[in-house]
Ligand binder design. Structure first.
Ligand code: SF4
Ligand code: SF4
Length: 422
C-alpha cells in the first residue's frame, strides 16, 4: 500500500508519510514550526501551548496534533499566524514571573530562545507579577510555579520505575499549578530528576545544586540562534545640515548598569558624538530639558512618584522614547518587590532587617522623599514607549545600533549574542 501523501506547506509542494506529525514534516522540509509543549515521545501529543497553531485548509488548528494526509493545504508563516504566536509568548511572559537576568534556566530555556528568535522586546500585555507557590520541600527539586507554562510535559513523561506519577495538575482555571508528589519524587534517581529539569521548556523545575552547573555563555541557546534585524523606521525629522540629533537619557528605578553599558560603546562613542548631542542626561548632568529631544533613552521602571514625574517629562519632551534594559521593560530586579506587600517590604528594610540600625526603628517619611508606589511599574505601563532594547544590561553595540537605526533610518542586523534578556 502506498503510504506517501502530497500536501502543501506555505504553498510549497511536499511529500510525507501518511500520519506523520506535521511539526516533523515541516522540519524535514526546512520549516520550523515553533512549539513549547511538543515532545516526540509523548503520545498523544499535548497541544497545550497552542504556539504551533497553523491554518489547515483555511481553519486554525494546532500543528503538533495534526497528522498529515493527502491534499492538505497548510499555512504556517502568514503575518496573522506569526502575530498569534508572538502574542501567546508575550502572554506567557506577562502572566509568569520571567526575570531572565536572575533565572537559573537562562540560556537553556526554550521559551527564552523562542523570544530571541521572534525578536521579542516587550509584551503588549500588563505584567501580572504572579504570587504562586515556590516549593523548596521536595528532596531533589525546587518547583517555581510562577514560571510554569502548564505545558504538561512533566505530568505525562516523568514517572517512577514502578510507573507512578511525580507531577500532577492541581487547582482550576487561573489557579491551576503543577504539584510534586514528595514521596514519588524521592524515588527518582539524580539522572531522572535532571531529565525532568531538562524536559521542562522553562525554568519551573530545578534540581538543587544542578541548575547552574553549566556556566552562562556556554549554554545550549547561547551557542545557537538567529540574528535579528532592527525593524526600526526613521521616526525622526533629520536635523538641519550643521545641527545634531538631540538625545536625552535618564535612570529611573534602575541601577545605572544600562548607562554603564551605553558608555561601553567604546570607540563608537566618537561616531555617536559626530551625529548626537546629549541634552538632559546623567552623562551631561543637565537637569532640565533645554531643547526638545529627537530620542529619549529610559533606564528603569517606576517605583516612586518622582520616577513617574520624570518619565512623563521625557514623554513630553522627546519625539521617540526607547526603554532600554529589563527594568524599563518589565520592572526588572526592583519589581521583585511586587510579590510582597509594600508595608512588609518597608518593615523588613527599616525595622527588622539585619542591616537596620539598632534602635533606629523608623520608616523614613518626609514630604521631600518621593512617595513609593505600591508596585514597580514597567515604563510602558505609565507612558507610551516606542521601542525597547532588552538586556540586563543591554549589549553596548545593540544600544548603539538601535539608536543609529532610528536616527538614520538604516536597517541594521543585530547579532544573536547582542540580543539578550539577561
Ligand atoms: S530563562 Fe526562561 S524560565 Fe527563566 S525567566 Fe527567562 S523565560 Fe522565564
Ligand atoms: S513544570 Fe515545566 S514541564 Fe511541567 S507543566 Fe510546567 S512548564 Fe511544563
Amino acid at each position: 500500500m502506498n503510504n506517501i501523501v502530497n500536501l502543501t506547506l506555505d504553498g510549497k509542494k511536499v511529500q510525507a508519510e501518511k500520519g506523520e506529525n506535521l511539526i516533523d514534516v515541516a522540519k524535514e522540509n526546512g520549516i520550523e514550526i515553533p512549539t513549547l509543549c511538543y515532545f516526540k515521545e509523548i503520545h498523544p501529543t499535548l497541544g497545550t501551548c497552542r504556539i504551533c497553531t497553523v491554518k489547515l485548509n483555511g481553519r486554525h488548528t494546532t500543528g503538533c496534533t495534526t497528522k498529515v494526509a493527502d491534499g492538505m493545504e497548510i499555512e504556517i508563516n502568514t503575518p496573522e499566524l506569526i502575530d498569534n504566536r508572538t502574542a501567546i509568548i508575550e502572554m506567557l511572559y506577562a502572566e509568569g514571573n520571567h526575570f531572565c537576568p536572575s533565572c537559573e534556566k537562562s540560556g537553556n530555556c526554550v521559551m527564552q530562545n523562542l523570544g530571541y528568535d521572534m525578536g521579542l522586546t516587550y509584551t503588549r500585555y500588563p505584567h501580572v507579577f504572579s504570587k504562586k507557590l515556590v516549593d523548596f520541600s521536595p528532596k531533589r527539586m525546587i518547583m517555581e510555579t510562577n514560571r510554569c507554562i502548564l505545558c504538561k510535559r512533566c505530568v505525562e513523561e516523568i514517572k517512577t520505575k514502578d510507573g507512578k506519577s511525580v507531577f500532577s495538575f492541581v487547582g482550576r482555571g487561573v489557579k491551576t499549578r503543577v504539584q510534586i508528589d514528595y514521596e514519588q519524587e524521592e524515588k527518582l534517581s539524580e539522572a531522572e530528576a535532571i531529565r525532568a529539569m531538562d524536559l521542562c521548556p522553562v525554568g519551573a523545575i530545578l534540581v538543587k545544586g544542578k541548575a547552574n552547573e553549566l556556566p552562562f555563555g556556554d549554554r545550549k541557546f547561547d551557542l545557537i540562534g538567529k540574528d535579528v534585524l532592527t525593524k526600526l523606521h526613521k521616526g525622526v525629522t533629520a536635523p538641519k545640515h550643521d545641527e545634531k540629533f538631540i538625545v536625552g537619557t535618564t535612570s529611573l528605578a534602575g541601577c545605572f548598569g544600562c548607562h554603564m553599558s551605553l558608555l561601553d560603546i567604546d570607540t563608537d562613542l566618537l561616531d555617536m558624538l559626530e551625529i548626537v548631542e546629549f541634552n538632559k542626561s546623567p552623562i551631561t548632568d543637565i537637569k532640565n530639558f533645554s531643547k526638545r529631544c529627537h530620542v529619549g533613552l529610559i533606564e528603569g521602571g517606576c517605583a516612586n512618584s518622582h520616577n513617574v514625574h520624570v518619565l512623563e517629562d521625557f514623554r513630553k519632551n522627546c519625539d521617540i522614547l526607547i526603554g532600554f534594559g529589563e527594568c524599563a521593560i518589565m520592572g526588572g530586579v526592583p519589581a521583585m518587590r511586587n510579590f510582597v506587600p509594600l508595608e512588609e517590604c518597608l518593615e523588613e528594610s527599616y525595622l527588622n532587617g539585619i542591616t537596620s540600625e539598632l534602635g533606629a526603628n523608623i520608616i523614613p517619611a518626609h514630604e521631600d522623599i518621593p512617595k513609593l508606589l505600591n508596585n514597580v511599574y514597567p515604563a510602558n505601563e505609565v507612558v507610551k514607549i516606542d521601542y525597547y532594547i532588552p538586556g540586563c544590561p543591554p549589549n553596548a553595540q545593540h544600544i548603539w545600533k538601535v539608536v543609529k537605526s532610528i536616527l538614520t533610518g538604516e536597517e541594521i542586523p543585530i547579532e544573536h549574542d547582542e540580543f539578550k534578556y539577561d
